[in-house]
Design a protein around this ligand. Structure first.
Ligand code: FES
Length: 188
């Protein structure tokens, strides 16, 4: 049974982040919206509604516009992440090589589908409908920023069990996002 973890974003930290963004005019403010959202998303793992409201207020735009951007780009989340965060590639090569079997295993064994978190808060999965750039290893997942390829259902379970047993998680990597930034919009 999947659920969202209760975890608040410290709005004082968001205010501090935003205080470094000082747009000179309206146009520049618009251009900084994505940068602000990326910083919050990377630090906390998601952007809550109150955090989005602060961004809108600071950059002189509407909450609707900020929320529109949040839901347009695949890397942004509006719900907290679990301790471990996994992108499951569903690009063409991975699809052909069995990504759907992995997704089915996540559903059957771990009880989670795209965007969901396990009930114990350990694992969030997001399905990426864009290539993660390592097709020769398809099917591929990226777990806490490490790539794992040539995955069978058994190997996927092993990788997940090992990561969970080891602790750590995406935030232990500094909450840092790598290359698949806010340029990859949802294709669903
Ligand atoms: S399609 Fe999955 S890595 Fe390229």
């Amino acid at each position: 049974m999947a659920h969202a973890i209760e975890q608040e974003i410290d709005l004082d930290v968001v205010r501090e982040m935003l205080s470094h963004l000082k747009p000179r005019d309206f146009q520049e403010a618009q251009e900084l919206i994505l940068a602000a959202l990326q910083e919050i998303n990377e630090h906390f793992g998601y952007v809550s509604l109150p955090a989005a409201e602060l961004v809108a207020e600071h950059l002189d735009t509407t909450v609707n516009r900020v929320y529109g951007l949040l839901t347009f780009y695949a890397d942004f989340r509006t719900q907290p992440r679990g301790r471990h965060f996994m992108l499951l590639c569903n690009g063409m090569s991975c699809y052909v090589m069995g990504a759907q079997r992995l997704a089915q295993e996540l559903k059957d064994r771990w009880g989670i589908e795209d965007g969901e978190t396990t009930a114990d808060g350990e694992l969030t999965v997001q399905i990426a409908n864009v290539c993660l750039g390592v097709c020769d290893k398809a099917p591929v997942v990226e777990l806490d920023h490490d790539s794992h390829g040539d995955l069978t259902v058994e190997r996927l379970n092993e990788v997940l069990q090992r990561a969970i047993a080891a602790g750590g998680g995406w935030a232990a990597h500094g909450g840092h996002e790598d290359g698949h930034g806010a340029n990859d919009h949802h294709s669903r």
